[in-house]
Design a protein around this ligand. Structure first.
Ligand SMILES: Nc1ncnc2c1ncn2[C@@H]1O[C@H](COP(=O)(O)OP(=O)(O)OP(=O)(O)O)[C@@H](O)[C@H]1O
Ligand SMILES: [Mg+2]
Length: 423
């Protein structure tokens, strides 16, 4: 991962990934010697208060966030005062929009000079592009510039300082339900921390695991979580499509629990220890004991039989991912295929099945370029939490702003001073 410009003071950057199965808090800093991101602390807690982005037990969510935060604070020997939170919800939608302006003429001594594009021109274009009408219960979460066009020149990433008459900007907007976002932010504020912003989990994970080449030449980032599967498609170094499927690896666990008549905790252990996404790669001879219930009889099942259930459900989820990729209209642009991350990517042999079903190359995405003494950052389950720590440093986020005053914005009171703080 590239080196970051070193801030003058040692700052910590805190991300709290709020997942359906775990809450994970990461505390990072910039290594003053080489400018890379250093993970100082990470804390996790099981998550029982939120399902598919909707809060089901507010008190549980608050106390679980606190547990994860305190654990990370202890490891990092630092105090958290603000954090960026992740969000994943079926209500998240991505949309491509555009705006165009006539570049204002500059004058010097009443003599017209070339039309030089300024930062405020770019801002006007982005404002126009995000000026779509949204239902009152929706809000803009991210404004992600894709490229600009000056007159007939296209694919310009940064038009500031260039000259022209007409500036057109293409952006990807990610919107979400206002209520879900406001409630999540409120929970963090209850813990006395300032919410610096909310980030779509799929983008946070993409930040942690993708290479620049992948983002340039086309890749679909799939964060296969417990309750949701996030999709973020990149091409030409911009987000082109974002969506969330309200299904995840938890459904595989659920199937195992129901089929084998075991509790969910046992089903989870069985999935992780014996489950394979490809039944043909697990042995019919290798059997394991199922937990015996009170008064029940001893039972055994082969890894192959278990994996038949696992494969069936995994294949179904992968088919839905494939359908979503096709629906985006970008399948043919995915030179680097699919990068699978999130805890669900740990399932044995999932890469092989995913390549067969989706028909594209697939690799597992783990957080990269992070110095971490505990090894946790090399697990795809922690991609989003690590990505939140890096979030502020993404150059492509320089244009993000949260736009018009909105309920989310009022609640969060975020101030992203991208340039001022670090560059
Ligand atoms: N070794 C493993 N084998 C199979 N599945 C695994 C393994 N490790 C984790 N998982 C699965 O990954 C899922 C948890 O992934 P993750 O932590 O990314 O989800 P989350 O962020 O809590 O949820 P979400 O993103 O859906 O809100 C669980 O369903 C778990 O069973
Ligand atoms: Mg997740």
């Amino acid at each position: 991962m590239k080196n970051f410009t070193i801030p003058k003071e040692k700052n910590i950057y805190v991300g709290i990934d709020i997942g359906s199965s775990k809450i994970c808090c990461s505390i990072s800093t910039i290594d003053p010697i080489n400018g890379t991101l250093q993970l100082l602390g990470i804390g996790t807690s099981p998550s029982t208060g939120i399902k598919i982005g909707s809060i089901t037990h507010r008190e549980n969510l608050i106390s679980e966030m606190e547990t994860a935060m305190r654990e990370a604070e202890t490891m990092a020997d630092a105090k958290v005062s603000s954090a960026i939170l992740s969000i994943s919800s079926e209500q998240i939608r991505g949309i491509n929009t555009q705006g165009a302006i006539a570049v204002q003429k500059n004058q010097m001594n009443n003599v017209p000079i070339q039309h030089e594009i300024t930062q405020s021109d770019v801002q006007r274009v982005v404002d126009l592009a995000k000026g779509i009408s949204l239902p009152i219960d929706r809000d803009i979460l991210h404004v992600l510039p894709q490229e600009f066009m000056i007159d007939t020149m296209d694919k310009i990433k940064d038009p500031v300082g260039m000259s022209g008459h007409r500036l057109e900007g293409h952006v990807h907007l990610i919107t979400l339900g206002t209520t879900a976002a406001t409630n999540i932010a409120n929970c963090a504020q209850e813990l006395g921390i300032t919410v610096d912003g909310l980030v779509f989990q799929g983008l946070a994970s993409g930040t942690a695991v993708l290479d620049q080449d992948e983002k340039d030449h086309g890749v679909a980032l799939v964060d296969f979580g417990a309750g949701t599967t996030d999709l973020a498609i990149y091409h030409d170094d911009g987000i082109r499509h974002a969506s969330v499927l309200g299904i995840g690896s938890g459904m595989i666990t659920n199937d195992i629990g129901v089929m084998l008549q075991v509790g969910m905790e046992e089903a989870e252990k069985i999935k992780q220890t014996y489950g394979s996404a490809k039944a043909s790669m697990s042995s019919p001879e290798l059997e394991f004991d199922l937990p015996v219930k009170n008064g029940g009889i001893a039972r055994r099942i082969s890894e192959h039989e278990l994996s038949r259930y696992v494969e069936a459900r995994t294949e179904e989820i992968l088919r839905l991912i494939k359908r979503e990729i096709i629906r985006s209209g970008l399948r043919d642009n995915l030179t680097y295929g699919v990068v699978l991350t999130g805890g669900g990517a740990n399932l044995k042999n999932i890469t092989g099945l995913a390549e067969e079903v989706i028909g594209l190359p697939v690799r597992i995405g783990k957080p990269k370029g992070v110095q971490d003494s505990v090894g946790i950052a090399s697990n795809p389950q922690y991609s989003a939490a690590v990505g939140l720590g890096i979030w502020r440093f993404r150059p492509e986020e320089l244009h993000i702003d949260y736009g018009v005053e909105s309920p989310v914005q009022e609640t969060i009171k975020k101030v992203f001073k991208w340039f001022g703080d670090f560059f």
